[in-house]
Every structure is written in structure tokens, then in C-alpha cells.
Design a protein around this ligand. Sequence first.
Ligand SMILES: Cc1cc2nc3c(=O)[nH]c(=O)nc-3n(C[C@H](O)[C@H](O)[C@H](O)COP(=O)(O)OP(=O)(O)OC[C@H]3O[C@@H](n4cnc5c(N)ncnc54)[C@H](O)[C@@H]3O)c2cc1C
Length: 318
Amino acid sequence: MSQVALIGAGVAGLLCARDLNRLGIACTVFEKSRGLGGRLARRQHAWGELDIGAPFLTVQTPPPEWGQLEEQGLLVARRFSACRWQDGAVQTLPDQQHYLVAPSNNGLCHYLAEGLDIRRACRVASVEGGKLIDEHQQFLGDFAGVVLAAPAPQSQALLPAASSLNIDCHWQPGWTLLLQFDAPLDLPDIVEFVGHPLFQRLVHLSSLPGRDHRACYSLQLLPAACEALQGKVLEATLLPCLEALGQLVHLPVLLHCDRQRWQLVSGQRMQMPDAARIDEKQRIVLAGDWCSGGGVEGAWHSAGLAVAQLSQWQSACH
Ligand SMILES: Cc1cc2nc3c(=O)[nH]c(=O)nc-3n(C[C@H](O)[C@H](O)[C@H](O)COP(=O)(O)OP(=O)(O)OC[C@H]3O[C@@H](n4cnc5c(N)ncnc54)[C@H](O)[C@@H]3O)c2cc1C
């Protein structure tokens, strides 16, 4: 029988479950979606398998295990050309190093998920004294410890009223347009926008190694632009974006387009102190990118604290 429940099958939840299993602590991961990976999601299109969330895994200090994963050929470190658009002027930036998984970054989550007990399409609705209930009021189990590894607002909604933990955050929309042209744009791999009314970042997805598509781009929109375009059909979102992009570079023929609507946490990236992530009484630990500095690096690091805390509780029980 599982001793620990993990809510969320993104990098943080899966890594935590894998490492607890390695310590002999049985875990069950509950994931509301059918697919694994959270914001490292992929989508299969007729035009290829696209990273619809993070195009890269960005780390300042690679975790020790990443060296082995590179040797195994799972992770690849690459440098990408980059530029910054600011007030109409384009400035070349130093190349940026990021990590990738082929054929899509979601492969990291499938690697971590091997052999784990995962309940997919299971949205946890309540966590009270270790007892989990799903959205249909079904009892999911009674656990000695719970890791909330969902994004901040979803973890916030799951905290029991009696919990000592406090998550202060707000949602904002963070949409991505996925575009395929009939030829690559005459731009570096990454364009960062500063002060643009619509755009945050443009990434040439097909320039990443091991991809099965060509001339595909991920165009990340600013929250304010998403709010202004809220409720509009894809074509109405696309039109102003293509017009603005066309002012920056000559646009080849657009072959395909799709839109991914993310809800992201607004404001600064958080770095919560360890004590602020642990509720001893309720046996809950918080994990996820948002409490450990953001990005895949934050998600990875956050799992370490959760594993240490749960193994400590576990050994105290014996
Ligand atoms: C457009 C975009 C671009 C990005 N670019 C980069 C980048 O360049 N570099 C980088 O390092 N990072 C980037 N990121 C961020 C990166 O994807 C995240 O930091 C990382 O994937 C977060 O992992 P996580 O495990 O903390 O959370 P998530 O991946 O969000 O996983 C949480 C999981 O919890 C599940 N869940 C939520 N509520 C419940 C519930 N009640 N019951 C059950 N399951 C639940 C969700 O479905 C999800 O699968 C980007 C993200 C996006 C969206």
C-alpha cells in the first residue's frame, strides 16, 4: 500500500516519487490530465510532435544526475543564437545554453515515470489529514504524507483550512501560438522581446536537435495581450500577431497554426524558505517550480526537500 501521495505528474512530482521509491517508500502519483509532464507537455500534430510548453530546460547549475542523463543520450545541452527586440531595434545577444530531450522535452517526464504507480485523469479535490478525495467525491486513500506538486494556485486550493502553509499567488494567462511556415524565418533561434505590446519570446522549435518538424515556432504572448484577446477565436488572435511579426521580419507562407492557453503564476519567481513549505501537523510538503526559483531547475530542486522531509517522517514512524 502506498505511504505517500503526490499530486501532480510534472517534473517535481515525478522526480519526488521516483526518489522516494528508490528509498523504499511506496508512492502514488495523482494527475488530473491523461498525459504526463504538466508544463513540459507535447502535442502530436500532422506537422510534427511539438513542445507546447517549455521549449527548453534551462538551468544555471545542472543537477548532478544530468551528467549521467547526457551520457545516456536522454538530455542534450546545446547553444542557441539569440537576439533582443527592444523599442523597434534588434540587438544580437550572446548564445544561450539550454538542455533538451528528443523528440520532445516531455521525454524527461516519461523517463522519471518508469515503474511508478500513477493515477491519470484523477483530479484531487481535497486533502484533509492525509485523506484524499477526488472531484467526484471518491475516496482515493489515506496517506502518511502528501506532496502538493501542482502549480501554486492549484496547490493553494488544496491546502486544508487548518494548514499552517500560506501560498500567496495569482493566475494570469500565458498563451503560446504554435506556427509552421513553409520556410524558416530569417531570425536567430530565440528572440526575446522587451517593451513589445504583444510578444514575450519567439523560439524556433525546429532548430532544436532531434525534432521531426521544420520551420515551426513557439510565440509566447504577454499576459496583457492574452487578456485583451480573451474569448477571441484563433483567427482573431492570430491576425494581430502575424501583422506585428511581419513588421519584424519577412513572413513566409503560414502552413499551420495552433494555440495553447496556459494559466501561469503572476509576479516574481518565488524562493520559499524550507520551513514555509512543510506542514508538520498535516504532513504536507510543497514542491514545484514556483516555490524554488522557477523553471525546470526550480521544479527539480524542489523535489529534493520533499524527499528529505518525507523520508524523515517515514523513519520517525518506524
Ligand atoms: C510556454 C512556457 C515556456 C516555458 N519556458 C521554459 C524555459 O525556457 N525554461 C525552463 O526551464 N522552463 C520553462 N517553462 C517552465 C517549465 O515548464 C516549468 O517550470 C516546469 O515544467 C514546472 O514543473 P512542475 O512539476 O513544477 O509543474 P507542472 O509541470 O505544472 O506540473 C504540475 C502538474 O500538476 C497537475 N495538477 C494540478 N492540479 C491537480 C490536481 N488537483 N490533481 C491532480 N493533478 C493536478 C497538472 O495537471 C500538472 O501536470 C516554460 C513553461 C511554459 C508554459
